[in-house]
Structures are given as structure tokens and as C-alpha cells.
Design a protein around this ligand. Structure first.
Ligand code: DX5
Ligand code: ZN
Length: 226
């Protein structure tokens, strides 16, 4: 796995100036752009869709990390892939058969992420981990930026990392929600290596925030796995 990756979530960005926001995070060492897709059904909010992925694709070489918070994602996989997604993450609770969604994402040529809500037992995702590149452990209830990190997430990340390593799988663990300077080190120390941050990056001085997080990420490593 090697190093930790910063994935700024543009949900918190100034969308009237998305080009500048993305160029800034790119210049400051972010590697992914995290794009939250919400349908008003799987989560209460609405956010970005396929046209936004298409537009962002044209202005950056960063990895487009698309996070689908939608029910029945299967019918949209091909469109997100064609729009330029590099990695597509869907929720195991989204109503379609996870094995079918995983296959569809692979067939579309993208990296595969599977996500789990805070209330779903972490063991429920284990049976899919040998088929995916990334496990996204939600550290808040999906749906809104700016929420507080759910403390119980720490044990879930540690448990998933222990399982992944003991099965000798090569799976990234991404965390999403409430990642701040108070929580970022903890999540990395217990085994997360792809770090989503929305408000922490885009509220205030995007460049300075990004620089600070990239620095923290490069100086923090996994602790002893529990
Ligand atoms: C929430 C989204 C997140 C959100 C995180 O459902 O999946 O990606 O942008 O926002 P912060 O970092 O502000 O908690
Ligand atoms: Zn997200």
C-alpha cells in the first residue's frame, strides 16, 4: 500500500470556482478528487451527477474517486465510467447484489470500492473484500458534510484492517466523514490509508489546508495492528 492518500471531497468546495479549487488541491499534493453522488433516496440530500464527473475529468489528471450514495447503482455504472471515473464506490446497502455491482464496475474498467454505513456490522462486508480494491468505511451517516466523526468508527477500521491483513488481501481502507486534525492521525494509525476530507480542506484557505493535511499524512503511519 505504501503511503497515505488525500482525497478532498468537493462537496465542500466552492462549486462556482471548481476549476481553481481542483487545481489548488492538485498543486498541493492531493492524489484523488472525491466526488459524492447523492440521490435523495439512499440519503436525504441531492448532490452531483454524471455531468459534473464529465466536467471535472476535463480539468484534472487526479484520480476521480466517485462515491455513489444512491439506490440501485447498477444501472449507472457504465455512465459514470464513461464520464471519466477512475474508481467507483457503491454502498453494500444500496439494494443491488454487491457481486453484480462489483462485476459491472470491473467490466467498465474502473477500480472497485465498496462502502459500508456506520450501522452495518463490519463483518457483513468481509465476503466481498477479495473482489474489491477499496473498502470505504463511513465515519458519519452518509448524506451531509461537516458532521462529527463517530467514535465507534475507530474500532471498525482497526477490525477491518486486521481482517484484511490477516487474509493477505490488498485492499485500501478509505474513511469519509468528520476527518479533522483531531481525528486524522487516529484513523491512519488504526489502518486507514485513503483519507477523505471535505470541510477540513475547502473551508478557509484551500491551499494551506491541503498542504497541512498532505504533511500530516506523510508523517503518520499505521500503528501496530490490533
Ligand atoms: C458525506 C460525504 C462526504 C462528505 C465529507 O456523506 O460522503 O464525502 O463530503 O465531509 P466532511 O469531511 O466535511 O465530513
Ligand atoms: Zn463521500
Amino acid at each position: 500500500m505504501g503511503h497515505n492518500i488525500l482525497a478532498p471531497s468537493i462537496l465542500a468546495a466552492d462549486c462556482a470556482d471548481l476549476r481553481t479549487e481542483i487545481q489548488t488541491i492538485e498543486a498541493e499534493g492531493a492524489e484523488y478528487v472525491h466526488i459524492d453522488v447523492m440521490d435523495g433516496v439512499f440519503v436525504p440530500s441531492l448532490s452531483f451527477g454524471i455531468p459534473v464527473v464529465e466536467s471535472v475529468r476535463k480539468i484534472t489528471k487526479l484520480v476521480l474517486d466517485v462515491h455513489l450514495m444512491i439506490i440501485h447503482p447498477l444501472k449507472y455504472i457504465k455512465q459514470f465510467a464513461e464520464a471519466g471515473a477512475d474508481s467507483i464506490t457503491f454502498h453494500m446497502e444500496s439494494g443491488d447484489d454487491p457481486d453484480e455491482v462489483i462485476e459491472a464496475i470491473r467490466a467498465a474498467g474502473c477500480r472497485v470500492g465498496i462502502s459500508i454505513r456506520p450501522g452495518t456490522p463490519i463483518e457483513d462486508v468481509y465476503k466481498y473484500l477479495d473482489k474489491v480494491d477499496m473498502l470505504l468505511i463511513m465515519t458519519v451517516e452518509p448524506g451531509f458534510g461537516g458532521q462529527k466523526y463517530i467514535e465507534a468508527s475507530t474500532a471498525r477500521i482497526a477490525q477491518a484492517r486486521y481482517h484484511i491483513n490477516s487474509c493477505d488481501l490488498k485492499v485500501n481502507i478509505e474513511v469519509d466523514g468528520g476527518i479533522t486534525e483531531e481525528t486524522v492521525r487516529t484513523v491512519i494509525e488504526v489502518g486507514a490509508n485513503v483519507i477523505v476530507a471535505g470541510s477540513a480542506i475547502f473551508h478557509g484557505d484551500t491551499a494551506a489546508n491541503c498542504r497541512r493535511y498532505v504533511d500530516i499524512l506523510s508523517h503518520t503511519g499505521p500503528g501496530e495492528v490490533l
